[in-house]
Design a protein around this ligand. Sequence first.
Ligand code: TRP
Length: 348
Amino acid sequence: MSSKKPRVMSGMRTTNRLHIGNYFGALKNWIELQKDYECFFGAMNWHALTDAYKEPEVFKKYNRDIITDWIAFGIDPEKSVIFIQSEIPELMELNMLFTMITPLPWLDRVTTWKDSIDDLKKKDVCNLGRYAYPVLQAADISIFRGEIVPVGPDQVPHLELAREIVRRLNHLYKLKIPEPRALLTTNKSKEAEQKDPTKTGAGNELVILGTDGRKMSKSYNNFVPLLDEPENIEKICMKMQTDPARVTRTDPGNPDICPEFSFHKLFSKLEDRKEIDNNCRKALFGCGDCKKWLARNINAFMAGPLEKRKEFLNNPRQLDEIIENGCTRAREEGVKTLDEIYSGMGWK
Ligand code: TRP
């Protein structure tokens, strides 16, 4: 691993199994970044617990599962450091220091807290951990001296706060920890890649919709898992909503407003989509045919990674080793960073 490459750091909360939104919104980009950057990717289980503390099993339940999917799709443990957040005590130590140097008004300003406070109260997750969530996120990044942080647009306020905290740290103790910057994930669909920007979202950004046309979310139960058996994928596809104007097989439809068609934009090639578009508008085939076509394309996309996932599940020791090695490597970096900080503070 060349130390000259700029350093990328990112993570996912381990609240559930991954769905295709996590792939198009993050993982796909992570896989590409491995070429040009030294990458640290974390399964963030403390972050998962901020609003799931009533289901403590969440802390452990999905860590391995999520990491398995990362690797199945192409995160390469030889190139990138893969770790579980709670296994890195140095990270928690830096978090503690960060809580001291972060003035409360900085946290009050974070929009992800401010805007969701009523909702958080309702869900009984209006707690100190949730409030300090972005401080922990700043510690995740800085313990590895991360420079570039690939995230979705919703995370920009957290990255702004992280920069401010690091700036203050550097100023207080005369340090040179890099100020991290967000690298916005552009969720380009196949359509956008083929120079045909999607109409959803701003610019080339694709909003990943769920099977019912609303935003894809675990809580709406409208998601497509990132990896699943072909029969299950077909079942999910068959239940997808389509253009409501197509009541019978002979009614023409409009792919532009069809939730099911939005998945063809992600999984089907331009030639397929042209034919599907034509078949739909002229009522040359039924929605069932369209859905089966989609299921075939999604299953083709998942086939390779699904095989890999099964190999891992059959050989848990291999995954244990990858995680152990990743955490060891992550801790080495953590110790270095803390040494540097504590020297600056005159403690070493
Ligand atoms: N808060 C991020 C999200 O919800 C997840 C996350 C935790 C993260 N720690 C991080 C992302 C550090 C980037 C860097 O998507």
